[in-house]
Design a binder for this molecule. Sequence first.
Ligand code: ADP
Ligand code: MG
Length: 395
Amino acid sequence: SPPPAPKPIRRLDESLINRIAAGEIIHRPASALKELLENCLDAKSTSIRVTVKDGGLKLLQIQDNGCGIRKADLPLLASRFATSKLSSFSDLSSLQTYGFRGEALASISHVAHLSVITKVRGDNCAWKAHYADGVLAPPKPGLSVDPKPCAGNDGTTIIVEDLFHSTPLRLAALKSTSEEYARILDVMTRYAVHNPSVSFVCKKASSTTPDLSTPSGNTVQQIISLLYGSHVGKELLHVIASASSKKSRKRKADPKGKGKATEDDMEDGKSQSEDDQSEDDVPDDASWKAHAYVSGVNYHAKKMTFLLFINNRLVESPRIKRAIEAVYNPILPKGTSPFAYLSLHIDPRAVDVNVHPTKREVHFLDEEEITQRVCDAIQEGLTSNSGSRTFQYQT
Ligand code: ADP
Ligand code: MG
């Protein structure tokens, strides 16, 4: 029989579009929390306190002491693609903030009840506002949508209630609130390690004692000891790797790569044309730096703990994880794994942050070479007894 007559194409209903888009960014309470933590850090907070009910499904409240939000900006706060962090496409390549898409709060407002209390330093009072589906909403039916003055500390409190109430299938897919709470603690733990100068507190609403609490002004080693245990902390090696000075010197001296071959080129055995090739992709002053805190030969665990930050973003890379784990293969007992926290700083122009709204998947230039160099540095740190310039023991 012939195929059926085609159905007409129709534009999806706006609120359906937004709900689908929200689902791409906010998968579960921990992904909402990640976005909200990044906003706190973008606002230069030094204290971040999280309160959770039912694994974040009933309540996820994040209080910070950052710069606050101007009252005049509150009407736009939860609208899609509204941001204070990016104004032109070229800004993307020099981005210093986590956020830039203005999608997080918008998304949350489509799948949860969102309210905000915020106070800018020097203002007389704080302002409280409620949001639904991207716009200001009344706190109760019949009331005004206008932000209300209230008492409050400098900074911002974001209150997310009844997450996924509007997407029952997503809600049903999240079975265990204790699993969701564990993921929330995991995200907090990772950000706490990466931001040792910031104090993080996470607790259940029903409890007075926090499940995670870091004082501000710590060292990375202290935070790792505190959160992952002193058995990891006392075994840590701090490994530093970076682009060779040779390479950067060469780039500085011959920024366009169009000059004559330098002595370094000769040493490398590279032809000028090979260099021209790479100069096409790599910015002239391309360079990178890696800090890794890795466990030494006396620590091993059943599963590898791997924390990866690229330009301060929490990301995942199974490839880099496997490469580091492989360094330990000949050293650790069979079937055991190390602890590794790696913070990579790469020229922002070499990282494509625009891959996906969640920004979890990051691609960058020279990924293989950088990974290799980091692994070499870790290897060197593990095999030298002391005195290497590339690593230092924690005290
Ligand atoms: P983005 O972070 O991509 O800009 P968001 O939806 O996460 O988008 O946030 C929208 C805007 O709200 C931010 O650009 C910022 O101006 C403001 N904002 C959100 N959270 C905070 C906060 N905790 N402190 C100060 N400003 C905030
Ligand atoms: Mg954001």
